[in-house]
Design a protein around this ligand. Structure first.
Ligand SMILES: [Zn+2]
Length: 352
């Protein structure tokens, strides 16, 4: 039995949404005759009204579901609707919550899942988990599977705010320290590293690290970024956990989210900021990380996101507790206020 699944299609093309039926024909002949459900939200349904009717026109029978909130209960109710109505294709159009809802509902209902991202801001679009709200509590991560197809329309991605692309780059850069932390975990716990997942994650990092396309709003760059994010998701699917894409730099981001909810910063930017400090803890190649952060002009200056020295220091000091079972460099790093203040000063000065 296969331990993991891979998507049948990953295509990055302009106008791909009008050809969903043709693209899927090899895997699902006559997909257009199957009952489909298009999952999006109200805001997107206004912005992309024409695009959504193009998507719907691939299917003879396609209803639209607008996500509100995005809780676990709603995802399960949506899955029930899919089963009861004999819907066999779920199409997710959006980012974050919309895609997590569509992914989880299709997983539970065993429907085919086609993912149409409107943003490339992080690798969750292809990860084997969904993050959903649970009654008044913190958001929780639920295991599911990756999409059957990921179709990216370059023109949609290009119309999104640039910060989303920068966040996607940041989430990919963070694999540098995530992989180092995975090695530490393996050395401490004796749990083997999945070499193939490790290699794929490294390739995703290298694609962004050694990319020669200077303009991030170009078709060729968007292709590179989409592939890097998908590789990050596949690495997690193959490893069966998030270690290839998430290390101490992600713990910093989780700690910020959980302890300082007033701070609003895109996930990918927070983990890139975390990668700077985590590379110091690892005694890693600072020159390399500095070069990439500057090359893409990533906005990682903490104060630009209202992260004060005090918040920065405390977020790092509380980071290990955000996922206590994880072994990372933070178990042995110097997390003294003095050292963390020094790093805060460095990053503030460098990205003035
Ligand atoms: Zn991430």
């Amino acid at each position: 039995m296969n331990r993991f699944r891979l998507p049948d299609h990953l295509l990055v093309e302009e106008g791909i949404f009008s050809r969903i039926k043709d693209v899927m024909a090899d895997r699902e002949p006559k997909i257009d005759l199957k009952k489909a459900l298009l999952v999006t939200d109200e805001n997107l349904s206004k912005i992309y009204a024409d695009m959504l009717s193009t998507i719907r026109s691939n299917f003879k029978n396609c209803e639209t579901y607008l996500v509100q909130g995005g809780s676990f209960e709603q995802a399960v109710a949506l899955a029930k609707h899919v089963v009861m109505e004999d819907i066999s294709v779920v199409v997710g159009f959006g980012g974050g919550t919309v895609l997590d809802m569509a992914k989880y509902a299709s997983f539970v209902s065993k429907a085919l899942y086609i993912c149409l991202p409107t943003t490339l801001s992080n690798d969750s679009l292809v990860s084997p988990v969904s993050v959903l709200g649970t009654d008044g509590l913190k958001r929780k991560t639920f295991r599911c599977t990756i999409p059957d197809a990921i179709l990216v329309d370059v023109s949609v991605i290009m119309s999104a705010p640039e910060i989303q692309l920068l966040a996607g780059i940041g989430d990919t850069i963070s694999k540098y320290t995530a992989l180092k932390d995975w090695k530490i975990d393996s050395a401490v716990t004796g749990k083997a590293i999945d070499d193939f997942a490790y290699m794929i994650s490294k390739m995703a990092f290298n694609a962004i690290c050694y990319n020669e396309e200077k303009s991030i709003k170009s078709k060729s760059f968007i292709k590179v970024l989409a592939q890097a994010l998908v590789m990050g998701g596949l690495a997690m699917e193959i490893a069966g956990n998030s270690r290839p894409s998430s290390g101490s730099e992600h713990l910093f981001c989780h700690s910020l989210e959980e302890n300082f909810p007033e701070i609003r910063i895109p996930h990918g930017i927070a983990v890139a900021m975390g990668t700077y400090a985590a590379t110091i803890f690892h005694n890693g190649n600072m020159e390399k990380i500095r070069r990439i952060l500057h090359q893409y002009n990533l906005p990682v200056k903490p104060s630009a996101w209202k992260i004060t020295e005090d918040i920065f220091v405390k977020a790092w000091q509380m980071a290990p507790a955000s996922r206590a079972e994880r072994r990372t460099v933070l178990d042995t790093a110097d997390l003294s206020t003095q050292n963390l203040s020094r790093i805060y000063g460095m990053i503030e000065k460098e990205f003035a």
